[in-house]
Ligand binder design. Structure first.
Ligand code: AMP
Ligand code: GLY
Length: 422
């Protein structure tokens, strides 16, 4: 198979590595890719939101399958663009149609979906300028902390958690007035859930599914989960608190009803469903849906998948996942993310990266890297993820952190406490 993988982060490097293990792969292209993904295929500079260009390029290169890493092309309708054209509809697309991607693209849409299919989630109210008074009364009649979510995509920044009622009312007005642009013209106010978060991933063909390894990511920049939110500073798979019993509840009450809901709504959904969950008093609740894999979760989830991932994705695109089994490495994988000094606020790029080990039992996943005048340099906030295996997360993290110490670039920072709460 000739495959085009869209995206250029650690997630895509990790997917590329798994694809390259398959005997089914002929040629892999990654757009735009990074300095690590080029070990497994050819990086190409295509605008991943220019669907006409992607279609004509894919025809020229005889692409059989397009795997979409990030959410933006999905929400913008890349699936529909490829499948709606006689010339390209033979190409498999891993990633849902635009209507399925609304599960990530609109929080209000996702809440209505969960309510329709009885999927456990926090109580909520949808607010626009038209029912602002109702929104204010909702805040006044509940106690903090309040969770305010911009409805649309806001690069992971659109969720505010506020203790004080007056402050929450003020923020609600600010959001509706355009704090996050169009994305916050609608706001979802949610009941605050107190518990520990984890992420469950399924690959679906729109009616059946396989569950991928479960993971937990660490979003805050500071140790002890403090400071600003980032794309993700590390991950562990599996987190030990996700017992078989909890996972069974997740599958029965959440994964299966979600896929049944997708089927009932008639969405063309071939791809990944990423369910952000929280455990409250032993019971799982949905925090959010994403229509793609997570980053850095993919850097611990994909290395644990021992089955041929191209076989799995092909089964998804043919609608035959019911017959698929997935084999998972029982060891624990843990990832530590090296980031640029200053991230997630302003940071510098172009710093020379040295001491990257060429042989080790760990896996080095590039995120924001590129090659400039034959030197590996930083090109983003999140620079490199180091994934190691162990009997448990502690053992895995000893290896990952020793390599995190070794690799050097000016301003390097990483969290030394990944897994501290497990
Ligand atoms: P989201 O973009 O919906 O995943 O929200 C971002 C983060 O906000 C989540 O990872 C949680 O840490 C937090 N969060 C979202 N919804 C809630 C909730 N209902 N209760 C408590 N925390 C929440
Ligand atoms: N790590 C969280 C995400 O990919 O959205």
């Amino acid at each position: 198979m000739n495959i085009l993988l869209l995206g250029g982060g650690g997630r895509e490097h990790a997917i590329a590595r798994s694809l390259a293990k398959s005997k089914r792969l002929n040629h892999l292209y990654i757009a735009p890719g990074n300095a690590g993904s080029s070990d497994y295929g050819t990086n190409v500079s295509l605008d991943i939101l220019n669907f006409d260009l992607i279609k004509s390029w894919s025809l020229d290169q005889k692409i059989d399958m397009i795997i979409v890493g990030p959410e933006a092309p999905l929400v913008e309708g890349i699936y529909d663009a490829i499948k709606g054209d006689d010339k390209t509809n033979h190409i498999s697309v891993i990633g849902p149609s635009a209507d399925g991607a609304m599960l990530e693209g609109s929080k209000a849409f996702a809440k209505k979906f969960m309510s329709e299919f009885d999927i456990p989630t926090a109580a909520y109210l949808e607010v626009t300028n038209d029912n602002l008074v109702e929104g204010i009364n909702y805040l006044k009649s509940n106690v903090g902390p309040y969770v305010l979510k911009a409805d649309g995509l806001a690069a992971g920044k659109g969720v505010l958690i506020i203790e004080d009622t007056q402050e929450a009312i003020h923020s609600l007005k600010e959001m509706l007035a355009g704090q996050f642009g169009e994305a916050s013209a609608t706001v979802v106010i949610e009941q605050f859930l107190d518990g520990i978060e984890f992420s469950v991933f399924a690959l679906t063909d729109g009616k059946d599914y396989v569950v991928l390894p479960v993971a937990k990511d660490y979003k805050r920049i500071g140790e002890g989960d403090t400071g600003l939110n980032t794309g993700g500073m590390g991950a562990v798979s599996p987190p030990p608190f996700v017992t078989k019993e909890l996972m069974q509840k997740v599958e029965d009450r959440i994964v299966k009803p979600t896929i049944d809901g997708i089927n009932a709504r008639g969405f063309d959904y071939v791809g990944f469903v990423f369910i952000g969950l929280i455990r409250v008093g032993g019971e799982p609740f949905v925090i959010e849906y994403n229509c793609r894999m997570g980053d850095p979760e993919t850097e611990v989830v994909f290395p644990r998948i021992q089955s041929d991932v191209i076989d799995l994705m092909e089964a998804a695109s043919r609608g035959t996942l019911l017959d698929s089994k997935i084999e998972i490495n029982p060891l624990t994988a843990a990832a530590v993310m090296l980031v640029s000094g200053g991230y997630p606020e302003a940071y510098q790029k172009g710093k020379k990266i040295t001491n990257v080990p060429t042989t080790s039992n760990s896996i080095i996943f590039h995120a924001g890297t590129k090659v400039e005048e034959e030197h590996l340099v930083t090109s983003g906030g999140r620079v490199i993820a180091i994934t190691s295996f162990g009997e448990d997360h502690k053992a895995a993290l000893v290896s990952a952190k020793s390599i995190a110490e070794e690799i050097q670039f000016e301003g390097k920072y990483y969290r030394k406490d990944i897994g501290f709460d497990l």
